[in-house]
Design a protein. Structure first.
Lengths: 210, 210
DNA sequence: TTAATCATACATTCATGTATGTATAATTGA
DNA sequence: TCAATTATACATACATGAATGTATGATTAA
């Protein structure tokens, strides 16, 4: 075929990433071959091997497209959230739910990460990366919850680590439920109602206090 | 090799299922070959192909060993739970958490189902089965929540379908969090504290009411 | 002229499924 | 009861297809 201009090459790269999202979603990560993606994208495996080292590299690049905006959002929230920690926690889930519900890329990639790939050592760097991100999130939220306690937004006896675990479990649980059955409820509207119930609980129930 | 007696044959079958749990857990379902399982069990693929049709059949049998006790427990709870619906809901999670936290088979299999396998059409009957089970659970819990409202255990304006989604999302979220990081909290003790917070919330917060 | 952007062709590995072999438990018949 | 037969419970060997990675070719932007 003809040689493409740099812009066209970048287009095919994005096309490959878009196509990978769809095919991974349909057949699972380990269930799809590079030939599947290539044919679905209307190219050959040569194109894939030019832009990416292998399937793992392609998968990582696909994740990166949605991970970066997420992490920058988190980093941004950490700055201006000190005055209103609980408000920041609410904003964070709100952003996540809205993003996944409205942006197809986020929808597909999170669906893949939650339900269409196997979290085993084989993924290597993905797992490590994910573990580090989880740890960073946990630390970040621990500080936020601690700030909320300090500012009187939460009861002084709140068990912060437990509350963080509950917060993470609930948000991910809602996310995963919706990804498995998007028709069963509205992620943004109903999901935030659930989270508001959670935030109410932190103030009223003694279950997560020492 | 020698021909085994019927009992010995059943032992190797169970050995294969046990080994499959471990290997699937380490390398993921699609990442493990039947040769992996065979060598880990100290037999050859011939043994596997004698007891099971193929990998999917082995996987299904492995799931069945934990699914059956679960479903009978659910069915039993449906009988004597009509007098105290909320108590039944609590008992159900309590049983789940305790079982997964203490029984290695349940721990491994749920870990596989949650994190180490791809929920795509390829699994075929597993997916269908799971969808039917989910639907049955949802109906069951919808009735239970409705009973709780009728008996005055929950506010009359409670949005039952939303509450059910919240209940399912929370329990599964807690389960999954713990399976990913078993050291981060105690599934039974802390998990039930989280759920108690949830039950408190249903009575105090207006977030899940109409 | 060179190097980028793929398509094409080829070699290799690897998992699967099946066919066959084998030794013995289980069963049958007298 | 005891050989003779049969079916069981695997191990071994083989054929097949499929996915991967690489090497090479072709065309044209730079």
């Amino acid at each position: 075929m003809v040689k493409k201009t740099k812009e066209e090459a970048l287009e095919t790269r994005n096309l490959l990433l878009d196509t990978a999202e769809c095919v991974f979603n349909q057949k699972g990560v380990s269930g799809t071959t590079l030939a599947d993606i290539a044919s679905a994208a209307g190219v050959t495996r040569g194109a894939i091997y030019w832009h990416f080292k292998n399937k793992a590299d392609l998968f990582e690049a696909m994740c990166e497209r949605v991970r970066l905006p997420m992490e920058t959002m988190i980093a941004a929230g950490a700055e201006d959230g000190v005055a209103d920690p609980m408000g920041e926690l609410r904003k964070t889930v709100d952003y996540f739910f809205l993003k996944v519900a409205t942006d197809l890329h986020h929808h597909r990639v999170f669906d893949i990460l939650f339900n269409k790939c196997e979290f085993v050592e084989q993924l290597g760097p993905i797992i490590d990366r994910d573990a580090r991100v989880r740890e960073a999130f946990r630390e970040r939220f621990e500080r936020t919850f601690a700030n909320a306690v300090r500012l009187g937004q939460l009861p002084a006896s709140t068990n912060v680590p437990l509350a963080v675990n509950a917060y993470l479990s609930y948000t991910k649980g809602i996310m995963r439920s919706w990804l498995l059955e998007p028709e069963s409820f509205d992620l943004h509207r109903d999901g935030m109602r659930m989270m508001d119930g959670f935030f109410d609980m932190l103030g009223s129930s003694t279950a997560l206090r020492d």
